[in-house]
Design a protein around this ligand. Structure first.
Ligand code: ZN
Length: 330
């Protein structure tokens, strides 16, 4: 039914970096009234949300977006808080210094483990350090090819300087782990083995009695099934027609289509990237849930943020993430 999940997980980071470049400072946050008592933390939250403002699908000029070359530098196994057994990938000479910079690679990992508590990231078994240069993709997650119940976190070592954008992206990526892990969506080895097999995906989607999340069939009480049922049923047919455009010749048709879909339904999405896919919508909404104040209005996009407050374990997780994020700023 859908594209390779890796594609859209990675696309968010591409998008984030695109809009970070064009939109910083364009957005004023006078509507935010931060509820936390800790004023340093309130500033941190505001900064992190500000780092993610802009329109991903507004691409300037007529030229097609060309994705830069990306290289894996080092892959680590994850054991609790530790990263072990570094494996050095073959890289061009100009990346040799970055590849040897274990201190920086560890620093990036430490940022992630500081904001996401150990008990909430047990699905992670691997940490990949990559780079596609400054900006572009900041981070990504992917399923382990041998065991799709296990997951991989990937961070671009060239993108640590913009800490606010990194924190926003890491929590967005973490939201994929939270909503697609094996307690939420049934891992499917056949999909991991052949992720672009559209006919197979359509067959699996048709056989799934709950929301089919791209990586597999979700459980009836999963976050993503509940979220989809509440917020996507009415708009899914319209969205699917636009989503299909990405398989056509012209990427711009797809990007323009999504952006106009966003403009039509702007009260329903926290930002335009959230229209990419229901799995991206829940990830982006979760990130706003973490870093934005609790919504006071009743628009659908505010309902999407408020959705996560229905789960006590996620309210606790939010507090832990914020404590971690704010401790990094001290
Ligand atoms: Zn994503």
């Amino acid at each position: 039914m859908n594209k390779n999940l890796t594609f859209f997980i990675i696309l968010v980071a591409v998008g984030l970096s695109i809009f970070l470049g064009i939109a910083l400072g364009r957005f004023t946050l006078n509507k935010l009234s931060v509820e936390t008592a800790n004023s340093a933390c309130a500033v941190t939250m505001t900064d992190i949300i500000a780092s993610a403002q802009g329109d991903v699908y507004v691409i300037e000029g007529d030229t097609e977006f060309v994705e830069p070359q990306s290289y894996y530098l080092v892959t680590y196994s994850v054991e609790g808080d530790e990263i072990i057994e570094p494996f050095l990938e073959p890289v061009p000479n100009n990346l040799a210094d970055e590849q040897k910079d274990i201190a920086l690679q560890t620093e990036a990992w430490d940022v992630f483990t500081t904001i996401v508590p150990a008990q909430d990231r047990q699905m992670l078994v691997q940490y990949n350090v990559f780079t596609d240069g400054n900006s572009n993709t900041l981070a990504a997650v992917d399923q382990n090819l041998e065991d799709p119940s296990k997951w991989i976190l990937e961070i671009d070592i060239a993108d640590l300087a913009d800490r606010d954008a990194l924190l926003f992206t890491l929590i967005h990526e973490y939201a994929h782990l939270l909503t697609l892990n094996a307690t939420q969506v049934i891992p499917d080895q056949e999909i991991v083995d052949d992720p672009m097999n559209v006919a197979m995906l359509e067959e699996k989607a048709a056989a799934c009695p709950n929301y089919f999340a791209g990586t597999g069939c979700s459980y009836p009480n999963s976050y993503i099934h509940t979220f989809y049922n509440r917020f996507w049923v009415d708009i899914n047919d319209e969205w699917k027609k636009i989503d299909a455009l990405q398989y056509g010749e012209d990427d711009m048709l797809y990007f323009d289509g999504l952006y106009s879909f966003y403009k039509t339904h702007q009260d329903q999405f926290v930002d335009d990237y959230a229209t990419t896919h229901p799995a991206e919508d829940i990830a982006e909404s979760f990130t706003y849930f973490v870093f934005a104040p609790k919504p006071t209005g009743d628009s659908i996009k505010e309902q999407k943020i408020a959705f996560f407050y229905e789960y006590p374990e996620l309210v606790q997780l939010r507090e832990n993430i914020l404590n971690g994020a704010c401790s990094l700023k001290e």
